[in-house]
Design a protein around this ligand. Structure first.
Ligand code: AVJ
Ligand code: FE
Length: 434
């Protein structure tokens, strides 16, 4: 593909970068300078680190690697290399302050827009189809989700607001959908801004299986708690049982019980846990234990993607459950338009051909699978995006949450995390063999 045959690409790259920066600004302008530099949880960086890291990665990939320029501030580059300093240590680094970090990110962005106007969007793998610009827009949006997690962990009065979801609510009659046996195409070789771990497209085979029509709800999860699920070792993987014992975990993160009622804290507001919403802030171990208690299991990553993309009528895999069209607010709860998932049973327009709902948006869905490369995987443009994380210690999450922007969300998009993590916007659905 060339710029000439895709004249909208430059505009799409510019719009994606601008949208990401507006979100970054909203997340960082909402709090005081003291809140920007504080560490709200040892699991997270100070917000001001994310802000300058966003600018630094943009400088690295677009101004240095694509345009061949020298580093603007070589002395700060190591501070913002995620592999040099673990999150817990970042508050002690001589980081740029809030005003300096904003100025730096804005200066990089100004130069990037000059570059985007003048550079051909072809000629090497970083430039083809504007890939590096799309990758950087996705990177910023991923850190915006990370910053939203930091907001959720932050104590104190609420500073973020958003309207509640108003999506069409039309729960399907069937609680599960039969996905037929046979081959389908997994991954992509065509999506221009897909990341290395989504590639290449390849054929996979599954047996027939039943997939939950909807994500598991708070009401369903509460039944697991009420049945003593957190006290019954036979439901739990050994390491999960260790974790819940050691940390006295007895409910999803941010939940507490008061007078016989479950409440949750959500971006500074305490409220009753809503029955119909997908459960949020559970670890892989909690998802796995619930599924076993329910007589079911987590879907594999392959099963998840088949349920999300395979159209039995054509034999093709689409970009999204609803087809190849980009997501709109009628399809899915994405882009931090809301600060919560929509009720399970929303978005009939986002259903897959077989009728599976809400695979995209609302909550990240844990899968049974380890994060592994596809056959033919090639690290691009750097080993540290995906390759160094491959292996049994990370589990795959799919589908994106309400905090994921459409630019970083596709039927092929892969996320991963440690199975103990629960501050992320994670939920799940279950499956069973047919
Ligand atoms: C894909 C969400 C696991 O946040 O660690 C951001 C994305 N990579 N900067 C992460 C990422 C480099 C990554 N995840
Ligand atoms: Fe990063």
């Amino acid at each position: 593909m060339t710029t000439e045959s895709h004249p909208g690409l430059r505009e799409r790259a510019a719009a994606s970068l601008t949208a990401a920066r507006a979100r970054t600004a909203a997340l960082t302008d909402a709090v005081t300078d003291a809140d920007l530099t504080a560490q709200h949880s040892p699991l997270m960086s100070p917000l001001v680190w994310d802000l300058a890291h966003i600018g630094n990665q943009e400088e690295l990939w677009l101004l240095r690697r694509v345009a061949g320029r020298d580093s603007m501030h070589p002395e700060i580059d190591p501070l913002y290399d995620a592999f040099e300093h673990p999150r817990a240590e970042r508050p002690k680094l001589p980081l740029l302050g809030p005003a300096e970090a904003r100025r730096y990110a804005a200066e990089v962005r100004g130069r990037v827009f000059d570059l985007l106007e003048s550079t051909p969007l072809e000629g090497n793998a970083l430039l083809d189809d504007g890939f590096a610009f799309g990758m950087i827009a996705q990177h910023e949006q991923q850190h915006d989700e990370t910053m939203l997690i930091t907001h959720q962990l932050r104590r104190g009065a609420p500073v973020l607001t958003a309207p509640d979801p108003d999506a069409p609510y039309d729960p399907p009659a069937a609680s599960e959908v039969l996905i037929p046996a046979g081959p389908f195409t997994m991954g992509t070789s065509a999506e221009p801004w897909s990341l290395d771990n989504e590639r290449p497209a390849h054929e996979r085979e599954t047996a027939a299986f039943w997939m939950d029509t909807l994500p598991v709800t708070n009401a369903a999860y509460r039944a697991f708690i009420a049945d003593g699920g957190y006290g019954e070792p036979r439901w739990w993987a050994a390491a999960g049982w260790d974790q819940i014992r050691r940390h006295s975990i007895e409910a999803p993160l941010f939940w507490h019980r008061e007078g016989g009622q479950w409440l949750r804290r959500r971006f500074g507001v305490t409220e009753p846990v809503p029955d119909e919403e997908p459960v949020l802030h559970v670890s892989w171990y909690e998802a796995d234990a619930y599924a076993r208690w329910a007589g079911r299991r987590l879907p594999t990553e392959t099963e998840w993607e088949k349920a999300a993309r395979f159209d039995p009528a054509t034999g093709r895999s689409a970009r999204y459950p609803w087809g190849d069209a980009d997501p709109t607010p009628a399809h899915a709860n994405l882009g931090q338009r809301h600060l919560r998932p929509s009720r399970a049973g929303s978005y009939p327009a986002g259903a897959s051909p077989l009728g599976v709902r809400q695979l995209i948006g609302d909550v990240w869905e844990w899968t049974a699978s380890d994060f592994l490369p596809y056959p033919g995987f090639r690290a691009f443009p750097y080993r540290e995006y995906s390759e160094v994380f491959f292996g049994p210690e990370h589990k795959v999450l799919r589908g994106g949450s309400f905090a994921v922007d459409p630019v970083a969300c596709r039927g092929t998009f892969r996320n991963w995390d440690l199975p103990v993590r629960r501050q992320i916007f994670s939920g799940f659905r279950t499956a069973r063999d047919a």
